[in-house]
Ligand binder design. Structure first.
Ligand code: SF4
Length: 348
């Protein structure tokens, strides 16, 4: 696990130990009680769901009690909570387990998924909270925290987004998945909230992408209403003696006819941060800059290399002295970067 990911897991877990709400379903590893709480809390706020959870536990303390319960009684208890299908599925599952599985919950994510009314999230929650299986839970809170901290702009409602977030979430899950999974959800519910997240007193702040670039409101992306597009530019700044290489942009794209560096466009922030594998001596990597256009948000990183063989340079690139670069028409982003770079080098 890299440093940024490690930091994330450690800080979130430490935060949780100090700040989490004491909720009854957190004091148990009984899969029945965990399942009950998860079903009740689907599309329901904790404050509203809590009395229902207590009523159900009181009336049906075990899976067997629920399986043998009278339908009408169960629906009456459910009254006011809405989404009655949940109650129906809950009863069906309880009876199925009672009749076919000796009243026990299966103890793995894959098996839990086969039960009625249990989707990926609920299966992961039971597998992790009851059996400590290292499987990631992925709910709205988790999407939000991951998108903001790691700077992921993929639409969370798209299949691509689900795949990307699931892979990332899974890569973070430590052995003690129970505590960590509770922690990330609680963190999303209390700290990194949809509106007005508490960034000022956030233990993730120093590494948080959204905080650094003030992107809290735009993350996570849910089928963007505006046609905003995110792009990730890795610029290779080639050096040869006192010269650098630039090229004119001919493509039908932004900045047509202006000059920029050797460009590699990446798919996401993670790829952008990796030093490109090219035949040159690596000199320097800049931080990441954000550049806002009307319909595009561009994240840019500059990588400086000393060229080994001029022949390796891609076509269109030409060498310029620092003085001659001044006269080229450039996007403001490039002009500003060159200016900062030059000032730094003159000072250095
Ligand atoms: S700094 Fe703000 S946006 Fe980032 S994780 Fe913390 S609360 Fe969320």
């Amino acid at each position: 696990m890299n440093e940024k990911n490690k930091f994330f897991v450690e800080k979130i877990t430490a935060w949780y130990r100090k700040h989490h709400r004491k909720l009854p379903w957190r004091n148990t590893q009984d899969p029945y009680l965990i399942w009950l709480s998860e079903i009740i809390l689907q599309q329901t706020r904790v404050k509203q769901g809590l009395p229902y959870y207590q009523k159900f536990v009181e009336n049906y303390p075990s899976l067997q009690d629920l399986a043998l319960a009278n339908d009408t009684e169960v629906f009456r208890l459910w009254q006011g909570l809405g989404y009655y299908n949940r109650a129906k599925n809950m009863l069906a599952t309880a009876r199925q387990l009672y009749e076919k599985n000796e009243g026990r919950f299966p103890n793995s994510y894959q098996e839990l998924l086969k039960l009625k009314g249990i989707g990926k999230y609920t299966a992961a929650a039971i597998a992790s909270f009851a059996f400590n299986e290292p499987v990631a839970v992925l709910d709205g809170n988790v999407y939000r925290v991951l998108a903001r901290y790691f700077g992921i702009f993929t639409d969370i409602t798209s299949p691509k987004g689900e795949k990307e977030f699931r892979a990332l979430a899974q890569s973070l899950v430590p052995k003690n998945s129970n505590e960590y999974n509770q922690a990330i959800m609680e963190f999303g519910a209390l700290q990194c909230t949809p509106q007005k997240p508490n960034c000022m007193f956030c233990p993730l702040q120093e590494n948080c992408f959204a905080f650094a670039y003030q992107e809290q409101e735009s993350l996570p992306v849910k089928i963007s209403k505006t046609q905003m597009r995110e792009r990730f530019f890795a610029y290779l700044v080639w050096h040869k003696e006192e010269k650098i290489a630039l090229k004119k942009r001919f493509e039908k794209d932004i900045w047509q006819n202006l000059y920029d560096f050797d460009l590699q466009e990446k798919d996401n922030l993670y790829e952008l941060e990796q030093i490109p594998l090219v035949k040159g001596n690596f000199l320097y990597k800049s931080g990441i800059f954000k550049h806002q256009l009307t319909h595009q948000r561009i994240f840019v990183c500059f990588f400086h290399f000393e060229i080994i063989e001029t022949s390796l340079l891609s076509q269109n690139l030409e060498w310029y002295t620092w003085e001659s670069v001044q006269n080229l028409p450039k996007p403001i982003l490039i002009a500003n970067y060159l200016q900062t770079w030059q000032t730094k080098n003159l000072q250095g």
